[in-house]
Design a protein around this ligand. Structure first.
Ligand code: Z16
Length: 871
């Protein structure tokens, strides 16, 4: 590797080579120097926040050393590099994760923990815990100071975060590319039962995890026009795209440590800033204010994350974000490639780019533009390089989520790119015409340009398919569905091999070891794996199976669950202004039933809350008929129903569902007659760090989307990994979870995806009569039982079922849902041993859902990339 430093100076550099801290002593020294020098504070004003900053800076110093070495190694080894383009990275907190992944493993097992809630065997984390104690701090309190990096909406963003963890753990030379939003997903407040959004200004305190690369600046252009006035010219040059607006993309890097490896990968996030060339024309005209406003416009590009999950809002600023990020990333990738002076034909052997949904589809167009306009390569030669480089992951079949941009808008913002899109489409349609002559219908169906209405649109998913060599869905059912529905014509054109499945996964480091230290400890002890190697090879968990019916083991297993339920009860009490709604006495015999995810009609939180209302009405009925509370408890044993999740700010129905949950909670929790048989709670501001407390505490979690609508779901995997059972529909990854853990260990219900279309069709003509139980629920709602001030408040929820075709099939699945919930009660309360057996067997067989497996599949079947292992 080249360097500008003269050879004779190297000795000096080597003599003063920086070193990682590896003992408690060395850490303490670092910590104090960061308090004094980096923070300019001292012993006298070092609070928990300062301690968090100093600890993070110290840990980061270690990571940066490995980061540098990793980058040098990966460059020297010259293997295929993988770039994961995602508009969202829902990282959560970094410090605890870094402590777990780092495992300096230098201080040989200095256990000395007084707090048994933490696991042993994790040397570096333990070492730091003890060192912090020496310094006068409690690690757990310090960890709580870190704000979540919430640069994502839900599943898609969290998936990207799990992927970068697994990429580093698997030693893949891989970078993530994204945007450094100043505001992450909004913080959710619940006021009078309604969601209220407040801004998440997460960079309020300096962020110790980012390394600002002010020297890496990429100019990005918008608007203007393509100058074709010179009739002599046969090609277009970048300089022919003139006028318009110019901003700079600045790089910020976050180190991504792998688990039990010194590989530290890079997550590069771009922020927008104005160009340094001051607008002299305006300035000289005395229009200083206007000139400054122009500059501020630049920064607005990376100001805020769009808060929609599974919905395309079609805003110009969003398109601007997408191009800004694609262009900056592509420029960066190409710059690094060119350093090697390889021929362009080798680009696809050197680089794989994965598109996380259609959000980065413009990267395809941008690379084609770079090759054709800048590098002056022939069109088809270029296009061959492009399609060999890219692969596209689809995450949804829902129409309202599929991105399409008005041609006018795209052409206004990116005039040259629209031309290239037209050319791509032209050559594509020619090839289709050749294969299927005179099939005009087919041509219009697969055209990148939709011309159905007055307004013409660019269909981004079609462009992504055409520009990629592989397209994958995220669970088997979903991957089958895209082949038979939204992309069926492309299967006809390209053949079925272009379309493949890679079932999603989650990182067991964060979602087991970090979130559930108690369970991790019990596992490592039971399967005799003191170094937690099972976190790298989850098939080791199958060794738990033989204890599934072992009573002593079941008791320990149950104790862990009890501990985690108490931990959640504490959180809920804290979030409920210190008022405890959960009966601590009976927590062991109270079923924790949890649904936490984005609020969306297709995810059917309304079915869940209708079920809760049904249970409440049934309890009341029994009591009114004279049954004793003990008798009622036999039929409806203790349950706490827990909800959490954000609604898109403009999503009326989702917001109404949140209000309904809170209204039901208010009535049910205040009803002393039912005693503690039923409680309902909505956890405000569900996020990654809350998920780490919530997930381990579930007895049962709900994954009850209308069949065929949830592409995969990933929280289902997290709950199973933490010994929770699932009630779910035959949808997304629930299907493979059933296959892996066994159908005896999951509570499935509801109609199958193959029948959805027909059921929907039927609703349009007749009202087949709603199930009796649901009618009771809707009547109660209509009567204002849960909205005394405004009895028509929940009318739209009722109408969507009764009068608007019940698109999400709540009425069709209602009875089967209630019956299955009854079955859940039966097992949980009448046969706890059976329940525990199911729980243990679930964890024993959850290994498939590690994102390590998932990344390996991408590497082998899509990227053709290999790990670069540290010596
Ligand atoms: C998203 O979170 C998902 C899909 C999508 O098109 C857009 C967003 Cl922001 C989710 C899916 O809904 C979910 O089923 C899946 O598990 C997740 O992406 C990761 O693949």
């Amino acid at each position: 590797i080249e360097t500008k430093i003269p050879a004779q100076s190297r000795e000096v550099w080597n003599k003063h080579k920086v070193q990682k801290f590896s003992t408690a002593e060395e850490f303490e020294e670092k910590f104090i120097s960061h308090v004094e020098w980096t923070l300019a504070r001292s012993l006298y004003n070092c609070d928990d926040i300062a301690a968090y900053q100093a600890t993070s800076q110290s840990v980061r110093d270690n990571l940066v050393i490995d980061w540098n070495k990793t980058q040098q190694r990966q460059t020297a080894r010259d293997g295929k590099k993988v770039y994961y383009l995602s508009l969202e990275f829902l990282m959560g907190r970094a410090l605890d994760n870094a402590l777990i992944n780092m495992r300096t493993d230098t201080s040989t097992h200095d256990v000395g923990s007084t707090d048994e809630t933490l696991t042993k065997g994790n040397t570096s984390r333990e070492m730091i815990r003890n060192a912090m104690k020496q310094l006068g701090f409690k690690l757990e309190d310090v960890l709580e100071q870190e704000p979540d990096a919430a640069l994502g909406n839900g599943g898609l963003g969290r998936l990207a975060a799990c992927f970068v963890d697994s990429l580093a753990t698997g030693n893949y030379p891989a970078w993530g590319y994204g945007l450094r939003y100043q505001y992450g997903i909004f913080a959710q407040k619940i006021i009078n039962g309604y969601q209220v959004e407040t801004p998440d200004y997460w960079l309020n305190f300096s962020n110790p995890w980012e390394i600002d690369r002010w020297e890496i600046q990429v100019p990005i252009n918008f608007y203007g026009y393509v100058d074709r006035s010179d009739k002599e010219k046969t090609t277009i040059s970048p300089s022919d795209w003139i006028g318009g607006e110019r901003v700079l993309a600045v790089a910020h890097d976050m180190p991504i440590p792998g688990f039990k490896t010194s590989t530290v990968n890079n997550l590069r996030l771009w922020s927008a800033k104005p160009t340094t060339e001051f607008d002299f024309a305006k300035f000289n005209n005395g229009d200083y204010k206007n000139s400054v406003e122009q500059q501020q416009r630049a920064e607005s590009i990376t100001a805020v994350l769009y808060p929609n999950d599974n919905f395309d809002q079609g805003k110009e600023l969003r398109l601007k974000q997408q191009y800004f990020w694609c262009a900056a990333s592509l420029h960066d990738i190409v710059r690094r490639f060119k350093k090697n002076k390889k021929p362009w034909s080798e680009f696809p052997e050197a680089i794989a780019i994965q598109l996380n949904d259609t959000h980065p589809t413009l990267a395809i167009v941008e690379l084609q533009r770079i090759l054709v306009d800048l590098e002056k390569l022939e069109w088809h030669y270029s296009w061959d390089i492009v399609t060999k480089t890219f692969a596209y992951t689809n995450h949804t079949v829902m129409q309202e989520a599929l991105e399409k941009w008005p041609v006018g808008l795209l052409g206004h913002l990116l005039p040259r790119h629209l031309e290239i899109i037209y050319d791509i489409n032209w050559f594509f349609l020619q090839s289709v015409e050749k294969k299927f002559p005179h099939d005009v219908d087919l041509l219009s169906k697969v055209s990148v340009i939709e011309e159905a209405s007055q307004e013409r649109y660019v269909r981004m998913a079609f462009l992504a398919i055409i520009g990629s060599h592989k397209v994958n869905g995220v669970a088997e059912l979903h991957s089958d569905l895209i082949k038979t529905t939204i992309f069926q014509d492309f299967v006809k054109i390209y053949g079925a091999n272009k379309f493949t499945n890679v079932t999603n996964g989650i990182t067991p480091r964060r979602w087991l070891k970090q979130a559930n230290p108690k369970l991790a400890e019990l596992i490592s002890e039971t399967i005799n794996d003191p170094d937690d190697d099972y976190l790298l090879d989850m098939s080791k968990l199958t060794a738990l199976s033989k204890y599934a019916e072992d009573e002593a083991f079941q008791t320990k297993w149950n104790d862990v669950k009890q501990f985690n339920k108490l931990r959640l009860a504490d959180l809920i009490k804290h979030l409920n202004d210190g008022v405890d709604i959960i009966d601590r006495e009976h927590i062991r015999n109270t079923l924790f039933d949890i649904q936490v995810k984005r609020i969306h009609e297709y995810k059917r939180q309304q079915l869940n809350i209708f079920g809760v209302i049904h249970r409440y009405l049934s309890i009341k009925e029994l009591l009114q008929s004279g049954a004793s509370i003990e008798k009622v408890a036999e039929r409806y044993p203790r349950k706490v129903s827990i909800f959490g999740g954000k609604s898109a700010p403009g999503y009326y129905m989702a917001k109404l569902i949140i209000k309904l949950v809170n209204s039901v909670a208010e009535v049910v929790n205040a009803d002393t007659e039912i005693q503690d048989l039923l409680k309902v709670f909505f956890i405000p501001d569900y996020n990654v760090s809350k998920a780490e407390i919530i997930t381990p505490a579930s007895d049962l979690s709900e994954h009850i989307s209308t069949a065929g609508t949830e592409a995969s779901g990933t929280s289902n995997m997290k709950f199973v990994m933490n010994g929770g059972l699932i009630i779910g529909t035959v949808d997304g990854a629930n299907v493979e979870i059933t296959r892996e853990i066994g159908e005896d260990n999951i509570f499935l219900f509801g109609n199958l995806s193959e029948n959805v279309e027909e059921l929907r069709y039927k609703h349009q003509f007749s009202n087949p009569g709603l199930p009796e139980g649901l009618v009771k629920v809707l009547n109660a709602l209509e009567s204002g039982a849960f909205s005394p001030q405004n009895s028509s408040e929940f009318r739209p929820l009722i109408d969507s079922i009764k009068h608007q075709g019940d698109y999400y099939l709540v009425s069709d699945d209602f009875d089967s849902y209630i019956a299955t919930q009854d079955l859940v009660d039966q097992v949980y309360h009448k046969d706890k041993k059976e329940w525990l057996k199911k729980s243990i067997l679930s964890v024993a067989n959850v290994g498939f859902f590690s994102s390590d497996r998932c990344i390996e599949e991408y590497a082998e079947t899509i990227w053709n990339a290999e790990p670069v292992k540290p010596e």
